[in-house]
Ligand binder design. Sequence first.
Ligand SMILES: NC(=O)C1=CN([C@@H]2O[C@H](COP(=O)(O)OP(=O)(O)OC[C@H]3O[C@@H](n4cnc5c(N)ncnc54)[C@H](OP(=O)(O)O)[C@@H]3O)[C@@H](O)[C@H]2O)C=CC1
Ligand SMILES: N[C@@H](CC=O)C(=O)O
Ligand code: NA
Length: 429
Amino acid sequence: MKKEINIGLLGFGVVGSGVAQILLNHQTDLQHKLGVSVQIKKVMVRNIDKDRDTSLAKDIFTTSLDDILSDDSIDLIVEVMGGTTDAKDAIERSLQAGKGVVTANKDVMAEVGPKLLKIADENGCDLFYEASVGGGIPLIRTLEDGLASDRIHALTGIVNGTTNFMLTKMKEENMSYDAALALATELGFAEADPTADVDGLDAARKMVILASLAFSTEVKLEDVYVRGIREIKDGDVELADRFGYTVKLAGTAKKDENGIEVAVEPVFLPNAHPLASVNNEMNAVYVYGDAVGETMFYGPGAGSLPTATSVTGDIVAACRNLLLGVNGKRKHAPQYERKVKEDAQKYSRYFHRIRVKDEVGVLTHLTSIYSDNGASLATVIQQMDENNETDLIIITHEISRKQHLDILDTLKQTDSVLGLSSYYRVEGE
Ligand SMILES: NC(=O)C1=CN([C@@H]2O[C@H](COP(=O)(O)OP(=O)(O)OC[C@H]3O[C@@H](n4cnc5c(N)ncnc54)[C@H](OP(=O)(O)O)[C@@H]3O)[C@@H](O)[C@H]2O)C=CC1
Ligand SMILES: N[C@@H](CC=O)C(=O)O
Ligand code: NA
């Protein structure tokens, strides 16, 4: 019977140092729950000379993956180094060496998750990735276990902490975009390359992971319609509020008889919608199941200790499996063929803000573009600003994404349109 489980930790940054802190500070609790102690045997970093605030012995730090993989006393690898190429390689090699892996890496799981899970299955190893979506929220395991008997048909969520933090600070404290991003980075929320956060890619990767699991099908990054928060223009947040909405970067995934649709984009959410009051780095995901109905999962979406809680939760699960000798016994092949909807099959309401020339007949001409495209309108408002320029605000009834995009294309080529200020999908009504 094992007395100790040894971990090889790949990465000692925001998340890795949090994992070490929890394993150290909660050691007696973990020992009680598992009956063995869990120790960090080696840590891989990029720069061995960096000053690190830790009580771990200096000589366990290395820059060599081989050093860790060749150590037979190491049972489990925890990948929290980030990036794609090296991390992918490290996970693959660890599994091939028969070592279970816990990772927080959504870039890798979204890109090659199915391939890595197959390698894990073939090698009788666990591959757990709870921290890859929703930071500290137990979501992956909830979909895999708690809701396993249900058929999930939709997910809607705020799955990026950095952008939600930025939008909150910009709205409530009038902080500039740059200052809000700098603060999110300082607090350890942002990715190494924060364009992944602000341009929606990080959230898109998380939606790939969630949708694949929820719908038991392969979902690729190219299946996701992605727009980030740089698309939000001055005045949009106030304008949304005037109409009773809050602007959030939301991920949505839906499944019906035509297939699946997945999107990440700034949306207008009714102010009364629970997701509208999810602020700062908090995340929340609504899961709609045929049997369970509506469930919502809420918690910190980023940050050292919240994310490390999910990683160490996975470590506990992997240790239990190792101790029971049932590691790598879950099989991960998806149940359904990949089937992605066409834009003409994706329905929503849309908000359009169009800068127009203030001249006779503009309103009639522009509304005819909508009717020519079969779109009926719920709201049409013309508002003039202090420079005598006019914004036409249009909220449509349900139309397809194809109708919406066709209308935008026509508007762009229309003489009386000075510019398309912004547009949003209206979600959650
Ligand atoms: N920060 C967060 O809130 C969250 C992060 N994640 C994910 O967790 C992972 C880690 O993120 P985070 O801790 O923020 O990242 P950091 O940049 O803070 O830390 C990365 C760590 O990995 C080491 N490292 C990076 N590349 C290599 C390499 N090629 N070889 C050896 N060591 C390497 C770095 O070494 P050195 O210290 O020498 O530079 C550093 O210790 C990422 O996949 C991220 O997306 C997931 C959820 C939330
Ligand atoms: N950069 C990410 C970190 C967690 O996944 C975020 O802000 O959500
Ligand atoms: Na999670």
